[in-house]
Design a protein around this ligand. Sequence first.
Ligand code: SF4
Length: 513
Amino acid sequence: MLTLRREDSPKGVLLPDESRCHPGFFTQETKADQRTAILCVHDVAQLLDPAARRELTHVLTDLARRRLRPAVELVGIERGDDLVLAATLALFVHFKSTRIPVTIVASPQRLSPRLLDRFERAMKKPRLLLKTLEHATFARLHYLIGRGDDAAVEAFAPRLRFVELIGDGDQALCQRLARILDIRKRNLQFMTTRRCQLRCVYCPAEKRDADLGREHALRGLALLLSGESRSFRIDFTGGEPLLRKDWVRGVIETTHERAQAAGKQDSYYLVTNALELDEEFCQFLSGYEVELEISIDGVEATHNRNKIVVDPSVNPYQTLLRNVEHLRRYDIRYNAVLVFTPDTLPALRENLDHVLSLGFGNIAVNYAIGYFWPDELIAEYVNVLVDFVERFDLLDAAEGGEVSTGFFLKNLLHKTEPTVLNSELMLDCDGSLHLLSEWQFPERHRRHPPPFRYGLEELKSIDEVFFTRAQVYHLLFEVYRDEGRELLRIIHNSVHMGLEVSRQLKQRLGTRL
Ligand code: SF4
């Protein structure tokens, strides 16, 4: 049982063998009946130390063996991030043994009533408490980044790893938590090729002459099929995947066959600049559950300025418009992604209207990662989105109702901010698995290989791989902290921008978003 109590620490009697206790972390007390032993945790920050967690587990087991009823009280909680850690510890104990009651004793004088209310409600349901933890850690991080306090951000970073802390290296428990949070993977990005006909100004993908081989792709497919989920998706990305249309076709045919044999539902997502899209390929795609993401940045001048061609005889904008017609003819699902930089933000309104006028019914607007976005530009971006939503009365669409205007802005429904904390898993051309967000700042990789790297052979099931946004942040932080202050500043700014955009949209468009 998990509870939150708004009062001072409980009174009790120290157990005789207090020498067992971890100094400073917890002490033991007994209730008057001498049958219940309370472990009072005085310094929840020590939860970050694995030795302290082991000690706590050991003492709880020992008490049960001695036929004492163990209970845990987390006392002296006076700050928001301590409350987050205390809740993490409560879940740690809960998931190790549900029979042990855990109470967080919080100081109402020092903690905001809203935060306490939120936690009080969440304590009744471990699932809700897990989600509250993620929300609260991000709110705290946002606040620290907003204050520009680098030292405080660094000190806070380890506290974001709550799933790992609760799971404490127990893979089965971590998987259970991932199931509760619904963060298990059902898709895999195939880095089809690292070649591309374009050099978009904001593109983080390193270009070289490397393709994903069939063997690696088949292993990736086996990994997807290994999951519990009844459906899965392959995302073809790159570089430009349509430089390898025959290969993509072969992978889809094989995957579909194996999915049917396994009784699973397969689907495909393909990110493309559309330069190589042709009628024959669209006809093939029309036989499968497919969606294409078309990268279009607005009017011809903006699009062609962003998308620098390797072959100057190609006009990326005109070619795209011509080829998208094939998708329409074969009734294939597609959406548009419009990326803007600080340079093209002043023309965002015009560019968004233009993409809409071209007949794209499903549009996502992405700010480019890797730039520093001052608060004035963030506000300008939000203004454009709000104006767009109000002009076309898109809020019904955000509620999942009828899309009366015939199109919708993906940002309202499907966009998970901050996008820099993308937790997609990517299979690279050499057969290694990576977290996609690792590649968003390519400067680093000129000097070092990316750090998160599973060999395909090491994983038994895709269900072993999951990341909360908090874990992704932690990983990025660890990866880039030695790469200089400037890069870390840009990463923190991207996190800030994502959280700020969500906050402002919610504030201006109401709670329906
Ligand atoms: S088309 Fe895609 S992969 Fe190619 S440069 Fe542009 S963003 Fe990068």
